[in-house]
Every structure is written in structure tokens, then in C-alpha cells.
Design a protein around this ligand. Structure first.
Ligand SMILES: Nc1ncnc2c1ncn2[C@@H]1O[C@H](COP(=O)(O)OP(=O)(O)OP(=O)(O)O)[C@@H](O)[C@H]1O
Ligand SMILES: [Mg+2]
Length: 280
């Protein structure tokens, strides 16, 4: 009886995922047919961004579409992300602008915004293209990482947190998919970049500049998912807590292997949190 129940439940979830996949593929196809040409022209005419080509088509979801292209004047490669809502593109660009103002040494721990538009019918942000892969992919490859490579990852997490704390911004979605590791020449010193600031939020002195987004204010579903379970509990976010969990995924014994780095990382837990008050 329990087996039948479990089987039916699995089937229910599978059908749910299939429905989402069909719906999102249809929506993406519709977007492509209706807007791709106009998007192309708009980026070239208004922002000097050319050779825009769709990327990762299967990851497109509900207005979040990805492209690669080029900036005419510098020739640098760019990554373009569109958003379902204008306020998400504005939030991502604004949060990164604030953080980069604190990043006096210009360390590449955060994406560089090349252009953005939150007013048009195609809200987007164009970033400098980051060559590398997500931490999720690196860990899934199940290749033994060098001890010094792991230590370097922990050090970069500390630097990222230092800047977030200085900027008074809680990212809220620190997870393996949102950490890119850029290719390194020697294979020993990876560079970690925290991406995806669409749902970042300001706290303390920054709370007025980056308040909760209107659209998500009462959307319990988005808020519940945000953080991917690496946050202390639903509706409460602490980036340091998430980074500690990620450090343990990189090395379950990281507190013994890298006591100094772990201590520093762990000391930041609880220092800057954001709690969604409306749901309490
Ligand atoms: N600057 C960049 N250069 C190269 N690739 C990038 C860049 N920014 C993001 N990506 C790629 O696009 C993927 C999605 O980016 P991001 O997480 O910002 O978008 P998202 O729509 O919020 O995705 P999700 O909803 O899955 O979190 C990343 O995992 C990464 O592979
Ligand atoms: Mg993401």
C-alpha cells in the first residue's frame, strides 16, 4: 500500500515537472519568435552591444533568458540576462553598483555590469563574460580538489562576505549554482565570483536604498525558495551561514583542515541577517 502511495506521489511530481518544462519551453519559444529581432536591434542601437546570441536555451525560464554578445567599443565578451520584471534588473545592477563602490582594490569577486536597462519592455543586465563554471559543476565532477585549492576557495568566501558586510547587502541566494569559479592558469588559485543579485536586499543603512521588492513582498513561494535551503530557516537569510554550509560541501572536515579560515568564516555568522517580517 505504501509502495503504491509512494509511486503515485513520484508520478505526481514527475507530471508536475513535465508540465513546467512544457510550459516554460513554450513561453521561451514564444519570447524568441516575438522579441528576439527587436531585442537584437535595441541592444545594438541603444547600448552598442552586438552579435547577441541565445545561450543555455534549456535554462530559460519565465522571462529569464540568457545571451552572449560583444561590446562594440571595447570588444569584450558579454553575458546578457533578461528578467521577468523590470525591478529585478534594476535591483541586480544597483546592488552590484553599491558593492563595487566598496571594492576599492577592485578584486574580481563580483560580476562587472557593462550596461542595463530596467525601463524597456526587455529589462536586462549585460555583464562582462565570466569564463569558468559553477561550483556545483565542479563538485559534481567528483574530482579530488587539491588542499590548497580548497583553502583558496574558503579565503575567497571570506573576502566576498567582507564586502557584502561592508556594503550592508544580504545576497539571500548564496548557493552552489550562484558561485562561478573562473579558469585559473595554474589550477591552484581559482577565483570565485558570486553572481545573481536579483533578490539581494539592503540592511541597516542600506535598507532604504534596497528595500524588499514590491513584487515579492507577499509572494510566499519565491521567498520560501530563496536560499535553496542553505539559509538558517525559511524567511531568514544569513550569507555567512550559507557560505559555512558550502565550505562543508567543499570539505566536510574543513573546520579541522583549515582551522584559521574556518574560524574567520564562522565568526561572521549572525553578524548580518535579514528576516522577512511580514510572515512572522
Ligand atoms: N557574467 C557571466 N558570464 C558568464 N556566464 C554567466 C554570467 N552570469 C551568469 N552566467 C551563467 O548563467 C547562469 C544563470 O545566471 P544567474 O544565476 O545570474 O541567473 P538566474 O536567472 O537568476 O538563474 P537561476 O534562476 O537559475 O538562479 C549561471 O549559472 C552561469 O552559468
Ligand atoms: Mg542563479
Amino acid at each position: 500500500m505504501t509502495m503504491i502511495k509512494e509511486g503515485l506521489l513520484q508520478l505526481y511530481y514527475m507530471l508536475g515537472r513535465l508540465k513546467t518544462f512544457i510550459f516554460e519551453s513554450f513561453y521561451s519559444l514564444l519570447w524568441y519568435v516575438r522579441y528576439m529581432h527587436a531585442f537584437h536591434l535595441h541592444l545594438a542601437k541603444e547600448f552598442d552591444l552586438i552579435n547577441i546570441k541565445p545561450q543555455s536555451l534549456f535554462s530559460w525560464h519565465m522571462g529569464c533568458n540568457y545571451f552572449v554578445g560583444e561590446e562594440t567599443k571595447s570588444g569584450r565578451q558579454i553575458f546578457v540576462k533578461t528578467y521577468k520584471w523590470q525591478e529585478l534588473s534594476k535591483r541586480e545592477a544597483k546592488a552590484l553598483e553599491i558593492i563595487n563602490a566598496y571594492n576599492s582594490q577592485n578584486i574580481s569577486l563580483f560580476p562587472v555590469v557593462v550596461a542595463y536597462d530596467s525601463t524597456a519592455s526587455f529589462p536586462f543586465v549585460a555583464f562582462e563574460f565570466i569564463r569558468g563554471q559553477t561550483l556545483k559543476k565542479t563538485l559534481n565532477e567528483k574530482v579530488m580538489l587539491e588542499t590548497e585549492y580548497k583553502r583558496e576557495l574558503l579565503k575567497q568566501m571570506i573576502l566576498i562576505l567582507d564586502l557584502l558586510h561592508k556594503a550592508k547587502i544580504v545576497h539571500r541566494d548564496v548557493r552552489l549554482d550562484n558561485l562561478l569559479l573562473t579558469d585559473s592558469d595554474n589550477g591552484i588559485s581559482p577565483k570565485m565570483v558570486l553572481i545573481d543579485f536579483a533578490f539581494a536586499i539592503g540592511v541597516q543603512s542600506q535598507s532604504e536604498h534596497l528595500p524588499e521588492l514590491q513584487k515579492v513582498l507577499n509572494d510566499k513561494k519565491i521567498l520560501k525558495m530563496l536560499g535553496d535551503g542553505l539559509n538558517p530557516k525559511p524567511f531568514l537569510w544569513d550569507d555567512a551561514y550559507s557560505f559555512c554550509k558550502i565550505a562543508k560541501m567543499i570539505d566536510p572536515h574543513c573546520d579541522f583542515t583549515f582551522p584559521d579560515e574556518w574560524r574567520e568564516l564562522y565568526s561572521k555568522v549572525g553578524k548580518m541577517v535579514y528576516r522577512h517580517k511580514l510572515l512572522y
